[in-house]
Design a protein around this ligand. Structure first.
Ligand SMILES: [Zn+2]
Length: 402
């Protein structure tokens, strides 16, 4: 078989083989030869180098099927670490992960809401230092820090606008400021893209997969991984699923138009409708002093999970709207799978998964050729922070640098 790696540099070939080992979990040299199309001698040489670098280890032998026993290889998970930080108004989540994306240390602190970017960044640097010393990570083993924030990318500079609503963040160079404070490399990216990379890395997706990750907080975001690369579009802003038109006669969206997915089905809309329902408002104690959209949405979701009829109707309606957009997305992108991630799906993820799977079964055009799997992320509410750490692992060790 002709190798897909012919013509690429040695560094890229090493990264591609390391990525095959990551996605395989445990794998033999023979299987790597089959999957890469490279020769046995080349695979042996690359594995020797990766072992010298401490990135992979041998891990026993596969059951012999008559021939010579095959030695198995896997990532040396403890060899390096990465930090992931998810910045939200209500809380900042920090994780330290190993090479497999397994959490070694975690903490959450006060959110960024209403505070100056430099103050928040100083806090992030301090918390990261504490986290690393708590985890016993030497600076030499740290690959870097990834930060997940909401917002748009500025073209052509790829500088992330941390929050379109907060003018002071727009001009703030978070990447450079935090990088200088910690003396390490920092990557800042959109929270949905981070979640998508996390699904890819931690979920051990094969490098050839096309996966869409829907990330739900108060609204929806989307990260597209196309054959292992983040699809960013012309200005880094691909994946604005929240502003896909669902109903031109629907309620007004924050973008000024009417009937966008967010305006029809986001947590803000669910909470607005729930607070407008006198019985639901009273029985779930919604809209009390100090209530947030996040907190009230959690209450509605919990009630829907208990089969409270009115709450369940609101979540069902939201799930139907998202599902119809996912059918279009699947037909446009011909996806292998869709992952639902983020705190917005907590407690009600199965409702969204089942609704999307049902609509895809009925209406996906590419479904005539192959099924598109819909699953709930296993990374839980920390998917953005885990994804930010995965972004570092992938950018430092993976074959692509997008
Ligand atoms: Zn909109």
């Amino acid at each position: 078989m002709a190798s897909q790696y012919r013509g690429v540099t040695a560094l890229e070939t090493h990264a591609a083989i390391l990525d095959l080992i990551r996605s395989s979990g445990v794998v033999s040299r023979t299987e790597l030869v089959d999957r890469s199309g490279l020769t046995g001698a080349t695979i042996t040489r690359i594995i020797r180098q990766l072992m010298q670098d401490g990135l992979v280890v041998e891990t026993g032998q596969a059951e012999s099927t008559g021939g010579k026993p095959r030695t198995l290889i896997q990532l040396n998970a403890a060899a390096r670490a990465a930090v992931g930080i998810s910045v939200e108004d209500l809380g900042i989540t920090y994780v330290v992960v190993d090479l497999n994306g397994k959490v070694i240390e975690r903490r959450t602190t006060k959110g960024s809401g209403g505070r100056r970017p430099i103050t928040v960044t100083q806090q992030m640097a301090e918390e990261t230092r504490l986290l690393l010393s708590g985890a016993g990570i030497d600076s030499g083993d740290l690959l870097g820090v990834g930060v997940a924030v909401k917002g748009r990318q500025d073209s052509p500079y790829r500088k992330l606008r941390a929050d379109p609503d907060a003018a002071q963040w727009e001009q703030f160079d978070l990447e450079h400021t935090l990088g200088s404070a910690l003396a390490t490399s920092v990557i800042v990216d959109n929270d949905s893209i981070c979640a998508a990379v996390g699904e890819f890395w931690i979920g051990r997706r094969p490098p050839t997969d096309n996966v869409a990750t829907v990330y739900m907080t108060d609204g929806f975001g989307l990260g597209l991984m196309i054959r292992g690369d983040v699809y960013r579009g012309a200005s880094g802003n691909a994946g604005q699923i929240s502003h896909v038109l669902v109903d031109p006669d629907g309620p007004q969206c924050e973008c000024g138009r009417h009937g966008c997915l967010n305006a029809m089905a986001g947590a803000v809309r669910i909470v607005e409708l729930a607070r407008g329902d006198t019985d639901l408002r009273a029985s779930l104690r919604l809209g009390r002093t100090g209530a947030t959209v996040r907190r009230d949405h959690e209450k509605v979701a919990a009630a829907a999970a208990r089969e409270h009829p009115a709450a369940r109707r609101l979540i069902d309606a939201s799930a139907q709207h998202l599902a119809s957009v996912l059918v279009s997305l699947t037909n446009l992108m011909d996806l292998h799978s869709i992952v639902l991630a983020g705190p917005g799906f907590a407690g009600v993820g199965e409702i969204y998964v089942d609704t999307a799977a049902e609509q895809l079964r009925r209406f996906s055009y590419v479904g005539l050729v192959h099924a598109t799997e819909v699953t709930l992320s296993e990374t839980g509410p920390d998917s953005a922070a885990l994804g930010a750490a995965s972004l570092v692992l992938r950018s430092r060790l993976g074959p692509s640098r997008s």
